[in-house]
Design a protein around this ligand. Structure first.
Ligand SMILES: C[S@@+](CC[C@H](N)C(=O)[O-])C[C@H]1O[C@@H](n2cnc3c(N)ncnc32)[C@H](O)[C@@H]1O
Length: 434
């Protein structure tokens, strides 16, 4: 295997450091920092680039720290535990600027703020692990492999999730059932500080086994998928609120969410994004949320805005819509929030046909972004679009497309939803160009 000494120029999206080999080819190396001189083994070489493994640090960055997690150098989950949190935030800023630059954004980027997570660890309110038998283990996929690495404790997960994980390791019934279970998801209900268990099983599970797991793992409720889009559950059948988790939001709202329905993983950051969205929608009459989920960003707007005339949210997940309507009813907002199960494209197409206009349109798409919606947006959005994304490259692509159809980027904020990983959330405010 070829070994070379490389100086790291910068960190790229994905968390790897970028350096250059003697022949000028770019090499990507994990676990390094800008300015460091490192010895690397070149383990994969392509025509224009290569991948290297860190062998030795010859000149170390002063931002380097010792990673607290025992799994850090093999687990695929974290990329930024070997540097201070302040440095991580500034690298994320650089990465976002570079993404804009590389995709052709001209001029000064209106980056207003980088909002950190108050705790760079223990912030996740859900964890998803693979389950394997012979030998029994639960874990995450190892970096750059499909192999599962056994994890007994994840430093990104809330302590209550780790406690449940520990109890599951001790539960004999769970261990025996591991032959038929493929994945498990632990979700914390923040108001009552309890964990819901959601898993994927090859066959139905009998009541006695569910009862044992319920008791021994001390969970709030259990749901599981076999075939089909809806999970079985809750167990116990009389679990309060249908086994939903309870999450606190602005204006003392309580969200009631079935496990499996999308919720943001770092709730403190979610609340901060919510406040930003609210500030933009406080005095508007008509809002269209094209990826509303259970109404996460719309519900505070409905509660706190007396001018609200037409607040519509659409999402393709029927359970998210159920939860949003259930939440609205339990919070006394029945009838004020119009949540519909429909695709964003369908909703936008209808809005164009009916010549509807909205003061504010919210976009919070899955990782693929929403390129296909952009053609129709100028016909519906009167003034503002808020685009929130956990996938910066697609957000950058879509912002540039929006600029082509008559919007300009007014504000950009980084919300560090995922400390210690290369992921981060970006909030972009676009307004109609004058
Ligand atoms: C990143 S989540 C955001 C949900 C919500 N805004 C929140 O903060 O909880 C993306 C949402 O888009 C929904 N979704 C995926 N494809 C969609 C489509 N074609 N049309 C509408 N919603 C879609 C998913 O079901 C999911 O709820």
């Amino acid at each position: 295997m070829k070994t070379e000494i490389v100086t790291i120029e910068k960190i790229v999206f994905g968390g790897d450091g970028l350096g250059r080999l003697k022949n000028g080819k770019v090499v990507f190396v994990p676990y390094v920092l800008p300015g460091e001189k490192v010895k690397v083994n070149i383990n994969e070489e392509h025509q224009d680039y290569a991948f290297g493994e860190l062998v030795e640090i010859l000149e170390e960055s002063e931002d380097r720290i010792s990673p607290p997690c025992q799994y850090y150098f093999s687990c695929g989950g974290c990329q930024f535990q070997h540097l201070s949190y302040d440095k991580e935030l500034s690298l994320k800023e650089e990465v976002l600027k570079e993404l804009f630059r590389r995709q052709g954004f001209k001029g000064e980027l209106p980056l207003k703020e980088i909002v950190p997570s108050s705790s760079p660890f223990f912030y996740r309110n859900k964890l998803r692990l693979h389950v394997l038998s012979h030998p029994f283990r639960m874990g995450f996929v190892k970096r750059r492999t499909h192999e599962v690495l056994e994890i007994k404790r994840c430093l990104l997960g809330d302590e209550e999730l780790n406690r449940t994980l520990d109890l599951l390791y001790q539960c004999d019934t769970w261990r025996l059932l591991s032959e038929r279970i493929k994945r498990v998801r632990l979700e914390k209900s923040l108001i009552d500080n309890r964990v819901t268990l959601l898993f994927w099983s090859l066959f139905p599970i009998n009541k006695e086994d569910l009862e044992r797991i319920y008791r021994e793992a001390g969970v709030k409720s259990i749901f599981y998928y076999t075939k089909g889009a809806r999970p079985h559950g809750p167990y116990p059948p009389d679990a309060p609120y249908g086994g939903r988790k309870l999450m606190p939001a602005m204006f003392e709202l309580i969200y009631y969410v079935q496990p499996g329905v999308f919720t943001q993983s770092n709730w403190e950051i979610n609340l901060k994004i919510m406040q930003h969205v609210f500030a933009l929608g406080v005095d508007v009459e008509a809002v269209l949320d094209l990826h509303s989920g259970m109404g996460n960003f719309l519900l505070p707007l409905v509660k706190g805005n007396n001018l609200a005339r037409e607040f519509i949210g659409v999402d393709t997940d029927p359970q998210a819509i159920e939860d949003g309507l259930y939440t609205a009813e339990r919070n006394g907002l029945n009838g004020r929030l119009d949540l519909q199960r429909k695709s964003s494209m369908e909703a936008l197409y209808e809005a164009v046909q009916e010549v509807k206009k909205y003061d504010l349109i919210l976009l919070d798409p899955p990782r693929g972004g929403c390129r296909e919606l952009i053609r129709l947006l100028p016909d519906v959005a009167v003034s503002k679009i808020v685009y929130i994304s956990c996938d910066p490259p697609t957000l950058v692509r879509d912002v540039l497309l929006l600029e082509k159809v008559g919007f300009y980027l007014k504000d950009l904020i980084i919300f560090d939803m995922f400390p210690r990983t290369y992921h981060f959330e970006v909030f972009a405010l676009l307004e109609k160009s004058p």
